[in-house]
Design a protein around this ligand. Structure first.
Ligand SMILES: Nc1ncnc2c1ncn2[C@@H]1O[C@H](COP(=O)(O)OP(=O)(O)OP(=O)(O)O)[C@@H](O)[C@H]1O
Ligand SMILES: CC(C)(CO)[C@@H](O)C(=O)NCCC(=O)O
Length: 262
């Protein structure tokens, strides 16, 4: 039986019907939809995913909690009422950082997913490419040890325009359709090159540095997992990394019964 999991992010709200399959330790996404804020949510399409049998559990989480609450307020009667999941302490994850409560739910769920996918003796690095890029470390004992956060492509494009008087706003959605030329011959091309290749370079550098940090205590190479809106554009350049769609939603589906237990 499947469950419905929802992630209210900072750019989009994502819906996924997930089901545990025999082939993977992490539930797979059967159907999914992502809606940019401001655009209408096609609730009848989402309800149609469960026309044959109702979802076993329905959970909404939010890296953007206000957005998660708005999604719940708009929730249709045609679907079972959702549970808002926000208590990070109930996740099956040890967290070794200064302020565990402040770590984004997506980063923690990516670590939960990594623990289900890595070998027992193997550390992991998770790369989440959303509004912000996160590159995080899970040690060989499965403990979330922290990581790095930097602006995503969309945010980079916006801030270059907003914080200068000379730089135009480049349309990132167009930019992401084709690989930009590396030596830009006009301002737009130069921004496109910097955002695209800089994004890849930042991720590559952080994976390399996190790996070196891990190797001071563990000689097993980490499992590197890529997920999020822009992961498809970096995956071809990071051959040792594994592209896993919707890692945090699938982790939420994996722990759904545990975290919603009364
Ligand atoms: N189809 C796509 N192809 C390439 N890049 C994409 C695509 N969709 C989104 N992106 C990029 O990914 C980022 C947004 O991703 P996503 O929707 O996963 O984030 P989000 O909704 O803000 O979630 P979160 O707050 O959890 O990061 C933007 O920077 C955008 O440029
Ligand atoms: C960094 C983002 C925006 C990435 O989605 C999210 O994980 C978040 O809001 N984090 C809160 C701060 C932290 O993780 O330390």
């Amino acid at each position: 039986m499947s469950c419905l999991v929802v992630d209210a992010g900072h750019t989009r709200v994502k819906f996924a019907a997930c089901r545990q399959q025999a082939t993977s330790s992490l539930p797979e996404v059967i159907r999914s939809a992502a809606v940019i804020y401001g655009e209408p949510i096609d609730w009848s399409a989402i309800a149609s995913w469960f026309a044959g049998s109702a979802p076993r559990s329905v959970i909404v989480m939010g890296t953007n909690l206000d957005r998660a609450q708005q999604v719940i307020q708009a929730w249709p009667a045609a679907l079972p009422r959702p549970t808002l999941f926000s208590d990070k302490r109930t996740l099956p994850l040890k967290v070794d950082v200064e302020f565990p409560d402040k770590v984004g739910m997506d980063r923690l769920l990516n670590a939960v997913a990594a623990n289900l996918l890595r070998r027992p003796d193997q550390p992991a690095i998770t790369v989440g490419t959303g509004t912000a890029i996160t590159v995080d470390v899970i040690d060989a004992d499965g403990v979330f040890r922290g990581g790095a956060i930097f602006p995503g492509i969309l945010l980079g494009a916006k801030s270059l325009h907003m914080e200068t008087t000379t730089l135009p706003h480049v349309n990132v959605w167009e930019l992401l359709k084709t690989e930009p030329t590396v030596v830009g011959k006009n301002t737009e091309q130069a921004i496109a090159s910097g955002l695209y290749w800089g994004h890849l370079g930042g991720i590559r550098e952080l994976i390399m540095r996190h790996t070196a940090w891990l190797q001071t205590t563990c000689s097993v190479p980490p499992l590197v997992l890529l997920t999020g809106g822009a992961s498809g554009i970096v995956a071809p350049y990071l051959q040792d990394a594994k592209l896993e769609t919707e890692l945090s939603l699938r982790a939420l589906a994996a722990v759904a019964d545990q975290v919603t237990a009364p």
